[in-house]
Write a protein that binds this ligand. Structure first.
Ligand code: ADP
Ligand code: MG
Ligand code: MG
Length: 252
């Protein structure tokens, strides 16, 4: 059974169909890159999976470990092991990163006996060090006044702590410097286990070089129009998307 299985997913935003028949299956240990022009529906796909209320799933299936994601609340999806990193995560004034992350990690454990504060703090600092993140992050307020690069590092830190089943990275590499990309790549490598999978939405091959995707998909018009390996990403980098023919739609 795939870790994540999406079948013929359709998503509308404000009544307009945006994702239009997207299907993909992700097995443990796989890293799927999703590329595609602006407006292709990449973020809509990611947000709909996470359960953002603006992105309405009108038909199709989305299963995580065989469980129907579409029936779950956002919280339940997170606890089931779905994680989404974006470049504009929510800011929370007055909530420190350390506290937020401890609550998130403990909520995910869901066994009523979360890590004690000190033990969690030690764990957090170890991860921060491993990823080469600024240690003052822990005590700063969640994403408040963070630079773009800091937000991305913080998202990656959360991913590393939560150890999700499936992590979706929505263009978090766009416009980031080499050091931030290295942290992202390192955290992705750490997620390459048989129990985890990654969906990396990206426009660039710079990140792809370091994360070595097992699959590359091109999304256009709300569905996957081509799937290949690393070579496909290089072709896209050189030639853009126009040379890829859309496959015929079902029933047309
Ligand atoms: P991508 O991430 O591939 O660049 P998006 O998923 O952000 O594309 O957007 C796909 C389409 O959906 C675009 O045409 C965009 O204008 C539209 N769209 C996305 N979000 C909204 C929204 N909140 N309200 C209205 N239209 C939206
Ligand atoms: Mg997007
Ligand atoms: Mg967008």
């Amino acid at each position: 059974q795939p870790l994540l299985q999406i079948c013929d997913l359709h998503v509308s935003v404000a009544g307009t169909p945006i994702v239009q028949g997207l299907s993909v299956a992700i097995q443990g240990g796989e890293v799927h890159a999703v590329m595609g022009p602006n407006g292709a529906g990449k973020s809509a796909f990611a947000q709909a999976l996470m359960g953002h209320p603006r992105y309405v799933v009108t038909s199709g299936k989305a299963l995580l470990d065989g469980k129907n994601l579409l029936k779950m609340t956002v919280d339940e999806r997170a606890r089931a092991g779905l994680f989404l990193a974006t470049q504009d995560p929510a800011e929370m004034a007055g909530v420190s990163n350390a506290n937020f992350m401890r609550l998130a990690v403990n909520a995910k454990r869901g066994d009523g006996n979360g890590l004690p504060v000190l033990q969690f703090h030690r764990h957090l600092m170890t991860k921060i060090k491993e990823l080469g993140i600024d240690p003052t992050f822990a005590e700063r307020y969640l994403n408040e006044g963070f630079s773009g690069g800091e937000k991305v590092r913080n998202e990656i830190l959360q991913m590393a702590l939560l150890k999700p089943r499936i992590a979706i990275l929505d263009e978090i590499d766009a416009g980031q410097d080499i050091d931030t990309l290295k942290i992202v790549a390192k955290a992705v490598q750490e997620m390459r286990t048989p129990e985890q999978g990654i969906v990396a939405i990206t426009q660039g091959t710079r990140l792809l070089e370091s994360i070595a995707p097992t699959h590359v998909h091109v999304l256009r018009g709300g569905r996957i129009v081509r799937t290949g390996g690393k070579q496909l990403a290089l072709q896209v980098e050189q030639n853009g998307y126009d040379w890829i023919d859309d496959p015929p739609r079902e029933g047309s």
